[in-house]
Design a protein around this ligand. Structure first.
Ligand SMILES: [Zn+2]
Length: 264
């Protein structure tokens, strides 16, 4: 956490702890102060291209450090396809409320892009609202092992690297193991948007992020497969951090090359 952010955080805590006449007033004041000092809301939705939104949820680690995770929302006719839950059940319910308030269309289906909490933790919350959640069979199995909620719908035909299937208006692409054995990518051809998920790193990222389940040998090939297939991509979305273009794929390859240098 930067000094500025730390200062802002303690300021927020200080303000929130001040006694006020009612809980509602306190919440309103805290929200206003949060906005005023630049701390983002827990969940944000931003339209990137026509009918394509990014959702960003902020997980708060013990100690108060907030870390963002990106997912995607795609309009399909009079409904929406959601890619990845928010980071936790509570934030996923907040996300659904925000979608209802700002996009005003129902979420009809959801896909989770691998079995880590920032992608899958809100699965039960979605299914409780009647939204079917799709995942690779590998992701379903890994979810059991990770103690995560298990998506109820299996995606067939994506078992081998470079496999792709059409899913409504989008293409699902399995580039092979990378950040995780089951990392899935999503291509929105109409808007030339590639959701790379956690296999792709943001331009500002100077490391590969969480690599506990990564396959460092296969990961570069996964990125090269995605780069070769989606040469038309205009927008590339990483799992965490700022949206970019195809250069994010090259940046990820450079980080992988650096990480595999002898002595590292
Ligand atoms: Zn992950």
């Amino acid at each position: 956490m930067s000094v500025l952010k730390a200062a802002a955080f303690s300021l927020l805590v200080g303000v929130a702890a001040t006694p006020v006449s009612s809980a509602a007033a306190q919440a309103t004041k805290a929200a206003a102060d949060t906005a005023a000092i630049g701390i983002p809301a827990d969940v944000e939705i931003r339209e990137l291209r026509s009918g394509v939104w990014i959702h960003t949820s902020y997980y708060t680690y013990p100690g108060g450090v907030r870390y963002p995770a990106n997912g995607l929302i795609v309009r399909e006719g009079d409904g929406l396809l959601l890619i990845d839950t928010a980071w936790g059940e509570r934030l996923t319910l907040t996300l659904l409320d925000q979608i209802e308030a700002s996009i005003k269309l129902p979420v009809r289906r959801a896909i989770v892009s691998h079995a880590h909490g920032d992608r899958i933790a809100g699965t039960d919350a979605l299914e409780a609202r009647g939204i079917p959640v799709y995942a690779l069979p590998l992701t379903q199995r890994r979810a059991v092992g990770e103690g995560m909620p298990v998506p109820d719908q299996a995606l067939a035909g994506l078992d081998t690297p470079a496999a792709s299937v059409q899913f409504g208006s989008v293409e699902l692409f399995y580039p092979g193991p990378g950040h995780a054995p089951d990392n899935l990518m999503v291509w929105v051809p109409s808007q030339r948007v590639l959701f790379g998920g956690c296999a792709v790193r943001a331009a500002a990222a100077d490391s590969l992020g969480g690599i506990a389940d990564a396959n460092m040998t296969a990961w570069p090939e996964a990125i090269r497969l995605a780069r070769a297939r989606y040469t038309r991509a205009k927008v590339v979305i990483p799992g965490h951090g700022e949206v970019g273009g195809p250069e994010l794929l090259d940046h990820t390859l450079a980080l992988l090359k650096e990480a595999r240098k002898p002595g590292k």
